[in-house]
Design a protein. Structure first.
Length: 158
């Protein structure tokens, strides 16, 4: 397991760029809200801890993870943030729908990173169970939202 022995919430502020003037966007899926809200909170708290003020953090909602790429694209076009974090959660069910949504979401976010001038950070949990999702959204492995926020700050500074 990739997160085994890793605390997703660990970071050293001394290793981070100056956040003065940065604007960071968060596009949050409404699907699996227990998980996506916890990821959002982890990202938001880390951004605040690293010096961003509340008015420099943008939040938009989209219905599901599949819609994240479009939401991120629109946010970049309309709001001009320095980086965007795409926050979602897809939990395996009984059909192949999981595979299609995960693949399309990852490909959409990858395509934005290639085409746009603003980095889009992949903060989409793709778990087999709700327990795994909880473990990575503030549970025993920390919070992937925190890790995504730190990645956003580093990428915005490039």
């Amino acid at each position: 397991m990739a997160t085994s022995g890793k605390d997703l919430s660990a970071y050293d502020k001394e290793d981070l760029p100056d956040t003065g003037g940065m604007r960071i966007g968060l596009v949050v899926s409404e699907w699996n809200p227990e998980i996506t809200e916890a990821l959002y909170q982890g990202a938001y708290d880390a951004l605040i801890d690293c010096g961003l003020s509340d008015d420099r953090i943008l939040r938009w909602r989209v219905p599901g993870s599949f819609e994240l790429a479009f939401g991120c694209k629109r946010m970049i076009e309309r709001e001009r943030p320095d980086a965007v974090i795409a926050i979602g959660s897809v939990i395996r069910g009984e059909t192949a729908h999981f595979d299609f949504v995960c693949h399309a979401t990852a490909a959409g976010i990858k395509d934005l990173n290639i085409r746009m001038e603003v980095p889009v950070i992949f903060c989409v949990l793709t778990d087999d169970t709700m327990e795994q999702a909880r473990d990575r959204s503030g549970g025993r492995h920390g919070n992937k939202g925190t890790e995504a926020a730190i990645a956003a700050l580093k990428m915005a500074a490039l």
